[in-house]
Design a protein around this ligand. Sequence first.
Ligand code: UTP
Length: 312
Amino acid sequence: MTKISSAVSNAAPADRVNTHQKVRKAVLPAAGLGTRFLPATKAQPKEMLAVVDKPQIQYVAEECVASGIEHIIIVTGKGKNSIEDHFDSAPALERFLEEKGKKDQAEMVRKISNMLQFSYTRQKEPLGLGHAVLVARDLVGDEPFAVLLGDVLIPGPNPATKQLINVYESTGVGAIAVEEVPRDKTHLYGIVDGEPAPQAPFGERLLRIRDLVEKPKPENAPSNLGITGRYVLPPAVFDCLARTKPGAGNEIQLTDALRILAREHGLWAYIYDGVSYDAGDKLGFLKATVELALQNPEFGAAFRSYLKTLKL
Ligand code: UTP
């Protein structure tokens, strides 16, 4: 039996009593340069670009809250101070709103800073997503943690991170969220080579990862399951990251470290229930904006009526 299959098959079935460590912390890497969204990102972080009425990273922080995370660690870099300011308290603004009788707005502003505990660490240079996660090592310590990309939105009532936490806490093995992508678009994603490993209560959604391939051409892709931007990982991933050499784009790629993790400790791919938007990309951002605006309880119906008037 290979190491990977023993690591994963020794995992406790999901319906047994859970003895695995609780996932309390989440790392949100937000130190990238956002070049796909220039010029908007020349002087402001892409994670702060608002989708409808909230910065992208607030949606991601809210997914953490809804998933039971207690402590968010944000990896920032040059020009990213507005992220810290956004999650900090704003007494002058709160006072101003109170004095104007805008109690609801004051409460909304207060809630953002009281969401949960925030810590920040800086990636001095954007050396890659894997490097950004490694920078958070000391703040995470020796416990499992979630990773959520600060510019990938997965709205909806069933948080993707919570789904992965359920897998980790049941099996003690890391899990990454995957979703079906169009066959002719595999070159835009990390693609999973996995074998079905159904077990209750996760069923067919669970796959044992054999390997991961970064951005393969459609003819070389082992599947059409793309990595989405949500991960729950054991602390062993830090050693894998420390051993990972710069790869594509001369960056330390998280995917390369996950290949080592999958080989040495096992790793699940989980076909999560939900839809993701890559809001770090202009088209993905527009799609997220339209979809979330349509769902908005205040003006969604009016926006729908407006869209129907457009001559498309
Ligand atoms: P992306 O590849 O989408 O971010 O990384 P990027 O490099 O900023 O984007 P482009 O391609 O130039 O437009 C996904 C997430 O990882 C973070 C980004 O901030 C983003 O939230 N990231 C990426 C880091 O924190 N550090 C890095 O070195 C790279």
